[in-house]
Design a binder for this molecule. Structure first.
Ligand code: FES
Ligand code: FES
Length: 157
């Protein structure tokens, strides 16, 4: 076990953990942040997406030791920001949520995309979501949701 310190949703945290523990397990099981989902556990589905120093990563692939000194944002941290609220509303308005399992990861992918490109084309949205799988929606409504978030949230990103 070792002490790992990082910033989590804007707050400093220090945890005693096995350095090889997956960040996903630390977040969900030790810290109760269950907005981070486990789908494949192999880096294929994006359900476990978080932001690490502003970049989207799969928390199922990241050992806890690698986040020391980093800034981690989970869906819980994004949700309460103006940008997070804009994404939630745009997804709801577009019918982008069916079972909802992929939604937290899709929100993180949206935040990551719009940070880099606040006015993406449809093709750029599809590319930006390409690391996140959805088994329900056929993607079109999620793509619409991202485009709507970009439009309604102009100036937020
Ligand atoms: S659970 Fe991490 S990518 Fe699927
Ligand atoms: S809404 Fe069910 S997996 Fe995407």
């Amino acid at each position: 076990m070792s002490l790992v310190s990082f910033t989590l949703n804007g707050e400093p945290v220090s945890v005693e953990a096995d350095p090889l523990l997956r960040l996903l397990d630390l977040l969900r099981e030790d810290l109760g942040l269950t907005g981070v989902k486990e789908g494949c556990g192999e880096g294929e589905c994006g359900a476990c997406s978080v932001l690490k120093d502003g970049k989207i990563v799969n928390s199922c692939l990241i050992p806890v030791a690698t986040v020391a000194g980093c800034e981690i944002v989970t869906p819980e941290g994004l949700r309460d920001t103006d940008r997070g609220k804009c994404i939630v509303e745009a997804f709801a308005e577009s019918g982008a949520v069916q079972c909802g399992f992929c939604t937290p990861g899709m929100m993180m992918a949206t935040e990551s995309l719009l940070r880099k490109n606040p006015d993406p084309s449809e093709a750029e949205v599809r590319e930006g979501l390409s690391g996140n799988l959805c088994r329900c929606t056929g993607y079109d409504m999620i793509v619409r949701g991202v485009l709507l978030a970009a439009k309604k949230g102009r100036g937020l990103w």
